[in-house]
Design a protein around this ligand. Structure first.
Ligand SMILES: [Zn+2]
Length: 340
């Protein structure tokens, strides 16, 4: 098969790779209906997260199971499935508590490189969730969104305790931030404030349920959130970037007693202890336990209650993966969907 391999900064190649095979009896091999480029793929793509060897890329996937190992019993060949970037047994105490991304047996599915036609998924029984049937083609973008970006935005909203009566602010207008808006709305938030300076992203945020847009960022963004909330700050703030500036913007936009859900992969973030002490807020975040939310998200998508697939503003054949990265790197695209 041919898949995406990163060689160095801004050097993604579509090249021959070995077909994946069943390695453990708990594995499944999936033929992907779609895959995509994640905002987090841009960290190594830009060289901010250096790589030491050519690296197969991609960790978002959905498709039809081709083959399962001898110990897989809950999913079977022919089923359409979605899974998260972390494989999990879904049975250990950490999984049972809803933190499958930190499963004691977790494995990074992206190690297999999902920007390819075929993918090996470890711990298939605990990781994969089957849809009620084979989806029509127009549902596939929304279903693959559930694999990461929607699941991550959803966790951000849950971690920030978005819900009825709450004012939610979202820092970051990438795909995760935009889908965090959708999640906050679904969770019943009264107001959802999207922080974005880009018109097309503001429009999408509004479609997903944002009630207000704040274009300022940094200290000016914080001041604007306070102005909109009687000087108090938001109840719930979702951080979907992962930089020092965005994290501090999220913390300072939160009222005392409020919650920050942080899901942007942290890069060089250092929290000032004294400021944190006097802020009296809750911080909860990390790599999203997408598996916890998959059944609910699949149900909402299957019944066309939500359309997170709208976040893909560029669709390309997998062979054009390099252009998919370039478009996101240059912010010409929010998110690229790739069809093998
Ligand atoms: Zn587990």
């Amino acid at each position: 098969m041919r898949g995406a391999v990163l060689y160095g900064p801004r050097d993604v190649r579509f090249e021959e790779r070995p077909d994946p095979t069943i390695v453990e009896p708990t594995d499944a091999i999936i033929r992907l209906s779609a895959t995509c480029v994640c905002g987090s793929d841009l960290w190594p793509y830009r060289g901010i997260e250096p790589i030491t060897a050519p690296t197969p890329m991609g960790h978002e996937y959905c498709g039809i199971i081709e083959e399962v190992g001898s110990e897989v019993t809950l999913v079977k060949p022919g089923e359409f499935v979605i899974g998260s970037f972390f494989a999990s047994d879904n049975t250990c105490a950490i999984c049972q508590a809803g933190y499958q991304s930190r499963c004691i047996h977790n494995q990074y599915v992206g190690a297999g490189g999902a920007q390819a036609p075929l993918l090996r998924v470890p711990l298939a029984d605990g990781t994969l969730v089957a849809t009620p049937g084979t989806p029509s083609d127009d549902l596939v973008p929304s279903l693959i969104a559930a694999s990461d970006v929607l699941g991550t935005g959803w966790f951000g909203a849950v971690a920030a305790e978005a819900g009825p009566g709450k004012t939610v602010a979202v820092v970051g207008d990438g795909a995760v931030g935009l889908l965090a808006v959708l999640a906050a709305k679904q969770l019943g938030a009264e107001r959802v404030i999207a922080m974005s300076r880009h018109e097309s992203r503001q429009q999408l945020a509004s479609e997903f349920g944002a009630t207000e847009i704040v274009t300022e960022r940094g200290d000016a963004g914080v001041a604007k959130i306070k102005e909109l909330t009687d000087g108090l700050g938001a109840h719930s703030v979702i951080e979907a970037v992962g930089t020092q500036e965005s994290m501090m913007q999220a913390i300072r936009s939160t009222r005392p007693g409020g919650h920050v859900g942080y899901v942007g992969v942290a890069h060089g973030v250092e929290l000032p202890g004294e400021e944190l002490f006097y802020s009296e807020i809750h911080l909860h975040g990390g790599p999203a336990p997408v598996r916890r939310f998959l059944p609910e998200m699949i149900d909402l998508i299957w019944n066309q209650m939500i359309n997170p697939g709208k976040v893909f503003d560029l669709q390309l054949p997998l062979a054009d993966v390099a252009e998919g990265y370039r478009a996101m790197d240059e912010r010409r695209a929010v998110k690229t969907l790739l069809r093998p």
